[in-house]
Design a protein around this ligand. Structure first.
Ligand SMILES: [Zn+2]
Length: 261
């Protein structure tokens, strides 16, 4: 038995030895193209793009100094809700993206929970500075759900929010003109204070309106969800902070409200 086993092992070993030389001969030509891949695989220039990448990175976080003339123009404004502060979330500041209407935010949203004071339906809104009322939507009509869908469909189709649609999405509004073509807008209101009509002079801190959700998809759905004050500071055709980075925008509004609350 043992002898038979040994011969069997020896036979298979020999067969194995005989079999090996053949395959070793064939793989060689198939592997020869490999060296041609190695030069392309050595991505030594990869080290070159990385310094350029690091050199382009710093400019973004470094905020440019704020224009002193702009700061002078925007001095003396207070927040439009007594006791409120600039929200901490960048998503409610000017220049924040608004994908639902394919545009950028142009004002500040004061919501409960991120404004330092409660902001609910009916919270009092005050004038941010002395001025004259140039718009007060007394006969405001809330859009229906179908109209709201249509407004948003137009924005989607165009890839941006046309000005007339944007105006409807702001809901019930009060606008106040201050000196040098600076206008403040108080938006999504639920009501306007008595005596506030076009042409009336108002004082800083004076009650002008009440917080609501008009012009929002929530209001079009017939709910009172999401009440907040959207507040804009406009300079001619632009909004304060237009064209700035988010960090610069925050710095600008921090400066505007630095001494005024
Ligand atoms: Zn807003």
């Amino acid at each position: 038995m043992k002898r038979l086993l040994i011969t069997l092992i020896a036979a298979t070993a020999l067969a194995g030895c005989l079999a090996t030389p053949e395959p070793t001969a064939t793989p060689i030509p198939t592997w020869t193209p490999l060296p041609t891949f190695t030069p392309t695989a050595i991505p030594t220039p990869m080290t070159a793009p990385s310094p350029t990448a690091t050199s382009t990175a710093p400019p973004t976080p470094t905020p440019r100094p704020l224009d002193s003339k702009l700061l002078e123009l925007l001095s003396g404004f207070s927040v439009p809700i007594k006791g409120a502060r600039l929200p901490t979330s960048d998503g409610v500041l000017p220049n924040a993206p608004r994908p639902y209407r394919y545009g950028l935010h142009e004002g500040i949203d004061f919501f409960s929970g991120d404004s330092g004071v409660p902001v609910v339906m009916g919270t009092e809104v005050v004038a941010a500075k002395d001025g004259t009322v140039i718009r007060a939507d007394m006969d405001y009509q809330e859009p229906t759900k179908a109209q709201m869908d249509q407004y948003l469909a137009i924005a989607r189709e165009k890839g941006f929010t046309p000005p007339d649609i944007l105006d409807k999405l702001r809901g019930r509004q009060v606008w106040i003109r201050h000196e040098k073509d600076v206008v403040t807008r108080y938006v999504h209101l639920s009501g306007i204070a008595s005596g506030i009509t076009v042409g009336v002079a108002v004082k800083k801190g004076q009650l002008i309106a009440y917080v609501g959700n008009s012009g929002t998809p929530e209001a079009a759905e017939g709910t009172s969800d999401g009440p907040h004050l959207h507040f804009e500071i406009r300079i001619g055709d632009t909004y304060a902070g237009q064209g700035l980075t988010m960090l610069e925008t925050r710095r600008l509004y921090e400066k505007i409200f630095a001494n005024e609350r």
